[in-house]
Structure formats: C-alpha cells, structure tokens
Design a protein. Structure first.
Length: 130
C-alpha cells in the first residue's frame, strides 16, 4: 500500500524539526533522499545526497543554530510536489547572532515519502534585541 503525502505529513515533518528529532525526520525521507541547504558553495547551496549525508546535514542545522525553530508553518501539496513556508528563528552558535526570516522548503515526493527537500531563506541581517 502506497502512502500519500498530505499537508498534515508536512506539518508533522515540521514538528519533528522543532523537536530536533532526527529519527522522526529520517522516517519521512526516502532511502535515496536529497537535502539542499539554504547556504553553501553550489548553485543549490550545499547538497547532501543519501540517507547518511542528509542525516548529517539535518543535524548540522541544529549544531549551527542550537535553538532553531520553524514557526507559523503553511503547507501545500500538489501531486508529487509540495512546499512549507515558515519563519525560521534561532541564534547562531558561531557568533550569537539572532536570525528571524521567512523561508520556504520545496519538496519532491516519491512513494509517500520526501525524496528532495530544497530549502530557501530570506537573506535578512541578524536581528538585534529590541
């Protein structure tokens, strides 16, 4: 029986990100998954290909921003594609800078799971305490 990805699937995926729950996140991904991060040296940012690389890429997001949270999510699915829009918030471990910016993840689905997660985030300067 083939599962279908729904808006609820993406909401559950987002909730796993907010719990920093790597096991739950990986349960949503195909065996040959890809993750294209918001920043990196390549046209798609930095690409992580395959389960172990994607797992490391997801964990690296929490290492870089230990209090990372994705808030106010809006999720849409159309066939084998979908997106989640949210506000990314967190404090960078490297310099203590506070990030608050809207972002979008664009997904490709296969066999009821996420095959590709391609992340985009607004390039907003760090937010100062107000």
């Amino acid at each position: 029986m083939s599962r279908t990805v729904t808006e609820q699937t993406l909401a559950d995926f987002a909730a796993a990100w907010n719990r920093h729950d790597i096991e739950a996140l990986m349960s949503f991904m195909t065996d040959d998954c890809e993750f294209h991060a918001v920043a990196g040296p390549d046209m798609l940012g930095r690409s992580f290909i395959g389960r172990e690389a994607v797992r490391a890429g997801f964990e690296a997001a929490w290492t870089a921003v230990p209090d990372a949270a994705w808030l106010d999510g809006v999720h849409m699915v159309s066939g084998d594609r979908g997106f989640s829009e949210s506000t990314f918030c967190g404090t960078r471990a490297a310099d203590g800078a506070r990030i608050e910016a809207r972002m979008v993840d664009i997904f490709t689905f296969r066999d009821g799971k996420i095959a590709v997660k391609n992340a985009f985030r607004k390039d907003r300067p760090p937010v100062t305490a107000g």
